[in-house]
Design a binder for this molecule. Structure first.
Ligand SMILES: Nc1ncnc2c1ncn2[C@@H]1O[C@H](COP(=O)(O)OP(=O)(O)OP(=O)(O)O)[C@@H](O)[C@H]1O
Ligand SMILES: [Mg+2]
Length: 493
């Protein structure tokens, strides 16, 4: 369980006191608890904490999150944390930090947990619990080996994670979110966590042997940060993006220009990792789009290897749904207002009287001012035709194959394109989104490297991709609805 302390709260005893108050509150009010359960705050706690979340359990992955745990039988772990200010991110760079002046490499430091990464974990949607799995293993390893240092030394554990996947699949965000969550989870052991971010593609020196030297200095610096005698409470998470630039496969590099420098750089990474492999408080997170280009000796040193896929159809629905719901909540899209007259002329066919062809209100599946999850909408399955959920299902089917990065910006593009100085109704916003998705999917299918995945999807659903816009699917969906898959991992339900 995690309790976020309000900024500046200090009741004289530090976090311990907040922890004991939260514990007292939970054990008094609850007999059982489930992961994801909403915990409302009562009067004494609202002055101390901003939220209390049941974020996970420490049983094996075989236990589903829906398991109800009796508080009498379970060990309730409560992590109390406070977010560091966003300004800490990227401001503490080599130019300002004399301590790091010897490091010409492009990198930045920030404290964890940080406001900059708040909400990242919850916003990422995958079909598999990829983040939860990595968090579980890293937390388990740190806890076990911290308590049994001799076992740790014998194991020569590498805290190394390699995230591979297509562009925009959320690797960097997931790594940042993982670093944030890990810092909270092990805050009782390491209350001072920092994140060092390195841009692998920016590490290049024109001097002969310079790149290897820079890499060597980075490892020395990480070692100093981790083994600081004045602070043994520090966890150092190092995120290296585009690691393929630093450790390309030496066999292939041998045939290119300047092979010696690149080979020396790769060797420097390998020996650097070996030197720090017994340093429990260093965690390495590497990301790459090109796992096949990596040197095998490097891949072999990565303890956890996860492929991060582009969002599957159900995930696309949830990503778009989260963006729409956020705008519904802040009033940038209106649930109740009637669709705008004349919109159909501007952006294509659409029903403008607020009902589908069958007379079903377009917003019938908006529950509590939110488009529901597919699981919820499908309870009386499938979602009723003409509802916002059913319309979004069709849009998601069209958007399948786009990257998470592409999907995240689409709603804004739709609203900026079609609604200048006015607030659209939900049904208008959905029509606009559908239009933009169609355009994006056509471009992605014809121009960019994602075409294979897109084409496969299109064949599956029978779209010929001839450039004609489909009619609006209000009331009559031109595509089969997505199957309802309950395995979508995101907490934004
Ligand atoms: N599965 C997903 N669910 C929700 N949002 C996603 C998902 N995948 C990507 N995003 C969003 O897309 C944006 C880009 O993500 P990010 O930079 O982490 O991707 P990446 O895999 O590191 O890309 P690249 O390979 O180009 O570096 C972020 O805002 C992220 O939140
Ligand atoms: Mg990235």
């Amino acid at each position: 369980m995690e309790a976020r302390k309000l900024p500046g709260v200090d009741d004289g005893y530090g976090t311990d006191s907040v922890e004991s108050r939260v514990r007292e509150y939970i054990t008094r009010c609850y007999a059982e608890i489930t992961v994801g359960q909403h915990i409302p705050l009562s009067a004494p706690l609202v002055a101390l904490v901003d939220r209390i979340e049941v974020k996970g359990h420490s049983k094996s992955e075989a236990f589903p999150d829906s398991t109800r745990y009796s508080l009498c039988d379970s060990n309730l772990e409560i992590a109390v944390y406070e977010l560091h200010a966003t300004e800490d991110v990227n401001t503490h760079d080599i130019a300002q930090d004399p301590d790091c002046a010897s490091l010409p490499m492009p990198f930045s430091l920030c404290h964890l947990p940080n406001q900059a990464f708040d909400g990242y974990w919850e916003a990422l949607v995958y079909s598999e619990p990829v983040g939860e799995h990595m968090l579980r293993v890293l937390t388990g390893a740190i806890r076990k080996f911290h308590n049994q240092p001799t076992v740790f030394i014998q194991n020569a554990w590498y805290n190394t994670v390699l995230l591979s996947g297509p562009p925009g699949s959320g690797k960097t965000s997931l790594a940042q979110a993982l670093a944030q969550r890990l810092s909270i989870r092990v805050s009782d052991i390491f209350p001072n966590s920092i994140l060092v971010q390195v841009d692998g593609s920016g590490v290049f020196s024109h001097m002969y042997g310079g790149t290897a030297k820079e890499i060597g200095s980075l490892f020395t610096k990480i070692g100093q940060l981790a083994c600081d005698d004045s602070d043994d409470t520090r966890l150092v998470v190092v995120l290296v993006d585009e690691i393929d630039k630093l450790v390309p496969c030496r066999k292939s590099v041998g045939k290119k220009n300047e092979p010696l420098d690149t080979m020396r750089a790769t060797a420097e990474v390998l020996t650097g990792l070996d030197k720090l492999r017994k340093t429990l408080n260093v965690v390495w997170l590497f990301t790459t789009n090109l796992p096949e280009d990596l040197d095998p000796a490097f891949v072999d040193r990565c303890r956890l290897k996860e492929h991060v896929h582009a969002p599957a159809a159900n995930c696309v629905y949830d990503i778009l749904r989260a963006d729409i719901n956020a705008k519904l909540r802040c009033g940038e899209i209106l649930v109740g207002s009637a669709p705008r007259d004349g919109l159909g002329e501007i952006i294509g066919d659409c029903t403008t009287n607020g009902t589908s062809e069958n007379g079903v209100p377009l917003c019938a599946a908006v529950d509590d001012d939110n488009i529901p999850s597919l699981v919820w909408a499908g309870k009386c399955s499938p979602p009723a035709e003409g509802t916002a959920a059913a319309t979004l299902q069709c849009i998601a089917a069209n958007a399948c194959g786009l990257s998470g990065r592409n999907l995240r910006g689409l709603l804004d593009v739709a609203l900026f394109t079609y609604f200048v100085d006015e607030t659209p109704s939900l049904s208008d916003a959905l029509v606009a989104l559908e239009r933009v998705v169609q355009k994006e999917a056509r471009q992605a299918g014809s121009g960019r490297g994602k075409s294979v995945e897109m084409m496969a999807q299109r064949k599956l659903v029978g779209q010929d991709g001839d450039g004609e816009l489909p009619t609006s699917n209000h009331g009559a969906c031109s595509r089969p609805p997505l199957p309802i898959d309950t395995n979508v991992y995101s907490s934004d339900y």
